[in-house]
Design a protein around this ligand. Sequence first.
Ligand code: AHR
Length: 333
Amino acid sequence: MRRSCLLVSLLLISFILIGCFGKTNKVVSPVNRQQLIVGLSQIGNESSWRICNTMSIKDAADRAGIQLIVDEAQQKQENQLKAIRSFIVYQVDAILLVPIVETGWENVLSEARQARIPVIIVDRKIKDLDKSLYEGFIGEDCVEEGRKAARFLLKKFENVHRKINIIELSGTENSSAAIERSFGFRDEIGSDSRFRIIYSESGDFLKSRGKEIISQIISYNNGQFKIGTKNIDVIFSHNDSMTLGAIEALDSNGIKSGKDVVVVSFDGEQQAINALKDGKINCVVECNPFMGDKLMSLVKTVANRNTIPDVTYVDETVFTEYDDLLAIEARGY
Ligand code: AHR
C-alpha cells in the first residue's frame, strides 16, 4: 500500500515537472532513470554569450549521455529559486546553478544539501557562502578579465600626459561578473592617477540599455560626448551587447567609436570582433562561454560522490587593435 502511494506520488511529480520543463526537454520519471539527470538553472538569454553558454552545456550533456533539464529564468532570481526547488522535488542527480546575483541563495542551497543533491556553481560566483552548500565553481576569472582591460588602456595611453576620463557601462547590479570586472579594472589602473572613472551606470548586460545610456549622455550635452565639462575618452563596457548598443548611439550622433572615444569590451562575440576589425572597438577581453565539456566531467565526479576543485577557470584571451586581426578564428557566438 505504502509502495503504491510512493509510485503515485512519483508519477504525479513527473507530470508536474513535464508541465514545468516540457517545452525544452523530455523528462523521464525518476523510477525509470537509466542515466544521470541534471537540472540547469540558467539566467535567461540576455546576450549572444549567454545563448552560446547554454548551447555549450546542452551539447556537452548530449555527448556525455546526461539528461539535462534546462530552466531559463528570464533574468529573475525568483524564477531561479523556483527552478531549483523543482529540481529538488524531482530528485535530480545534480544541480547546476548560474547565479544571476551574488546573494540570496543560502536557503535554497541548504534545501538541496538536505536532499543530498550536489550543486555546482557555473559562470557567476556566489558571495561568502558556506562552502558546504556547493561542490565547486566553474567559469571565468572576471577579476583577471578586468585587469586585462586596464592593461590595454595603460598601453594605449602610454604617451598621453593628461587626465583620461572613463565612463563605465556596468553589468547587472550585484552580479559577480560586474563586481569582479569593476574590481580588477580599478585595482590595475588605480595606481595611475591619469585615469579617472567619471561616470558609471548599470546597463544590465543588455544592448538596449547600452544604447539608451550613451544616447542620454549625448542628448543631455546637446550632441557632445561629455559628462559636465569633461570630455569622455574611454567607454569601459562590461559586455559586448551593451558595447554594440553604445556604438549604435555614437554612430547615430556622428561620434566615431574607436577613434573619438576608445572602446573596451568583454565577451568576444563575433559581432564585437567584426567591430574590432572595423576599428569601432579597440579591445575585446574574451569571456569564454564554452565550458560544457569540463562541466560535464565535474558533474560525473560529484554524482559519484567524489570531490571537485573549489574553482575551475576556463581559458581566456584578449583581442586588441595591436593584434593580427585576420588571424582571429570564427567565434561561434
Ligand atoms: O556572466 C557572464 C556575462 O553574462 C557575460 O559577459 C555577459 O555577456 C552575460 O550576460
